[in-house]
Design a binder for this molecule. Sequence first.
Ligand SMILES: [Zn+2]
Length: 397
Amino acid sequence: MGVNVNTEFLDLAERFLHCSVGSIPFIYVGLPVGANPRKESTWKPLLFSLSRKLGVWRNSQGRKIAWVSWTKVCRPKSCGGLGIRDFHDVNLALLGSRPNGFTGVSLWWKDVSLLGDSTVTCSYWFSDAMKEGWLFQVSEQCLDLVGDMGSWVQGEWNWDFRWKRELSLVEFDLAHDLMKVVTQSPTLGVEDSWVLKYDPSGRFSVRSAYLTLTGPKVVSDPNPLLSRVWKSWDPLKVIVFSWKLLQDRVATRQNLLRRQVIRDISDSFCAFCGVSVESVDHLFTSCDFIFPVWYKLVRWLGFQFVSPNSIIGLFEGFLGFSVNRKFRLGCVLIWHAAVWSIWNSLYDLIFARGTVSIDTLVEKVKLSSWKWLLAKNPGNPCSFYEWEVQLVMYWSR
Ligand SMILES: [Zn+2]
């Protein structure tokens, strides 16, 4: 590209340097260079390619597939969720932390009507039925807050009720009763302050407000098995995949058929064996191609087992091997590495037209689990030989 250079010189330079003449704007590492950054049209190709890279499965109506419901995603990890915070509830909790976020502040008569106990019923002054005719109607302070209903004089609270007119005899009696109850109130003598009744300390925090908002949804459907995927040395993306897998929320051909991404049932057969429908349970446990992988891995761990026919049963089996904490972490590490490697081999097979063998798959699991172990345990090194050949000794070290 020449700047303030004539065409002949540019042609000469092109031949001499063995390159080609370019012009502005041009694309460099995917970004437009020299184009007007304020124009929408400059960024459209970039947005298009980004959306293609972030491509998601869509069904026949072109709708995106949400693999896991938002409610499940927002559950805490201890309750089998992904621990993502619900933006709506976070926003509400954050709003609560600002003074003007409190809405619907209680009016004095609402608070006063809550005073007393069963023996001294006083709420009738302000109950819906009574407020039509009695004290509420004649009060000048219907919309005032409790704090505006009196003042502190030498450490003592003095109520200051104001009425629109002189009280009748009946109203005077009612006002007298009211005064008796409000002066007995145990809250008198306490400074006014905001109290969050859902927090034992009474203090407001975004966390306690968030937990209050999400609380009822959280306890509805805890899944103890799902919560056990998180204590692991694997990378987060691997754990999240495993978490989705245990809920049958990954793009197997059976799931794609159910969601109408593929229409023909003949396209839904297992990519490894081609015999059965590619469900999560088949692909990861009972498939004739995959079963030997698990067999070899379990032998490597020093056990023998009959592979269950479900992914949940297999995961439970892996958790059952553990004899101590370290070994349990190791079992979960290898489990995650195995399902991740199987899934990636499937993708290689389909999209990269690669080939997969049982031995390479087992090697992949051993290698990736070893790398992830080292990354999380820098102070406790282990050679690949030790990991591969003396795994059981490593646990007892
Ligand atoms: Zn199969």
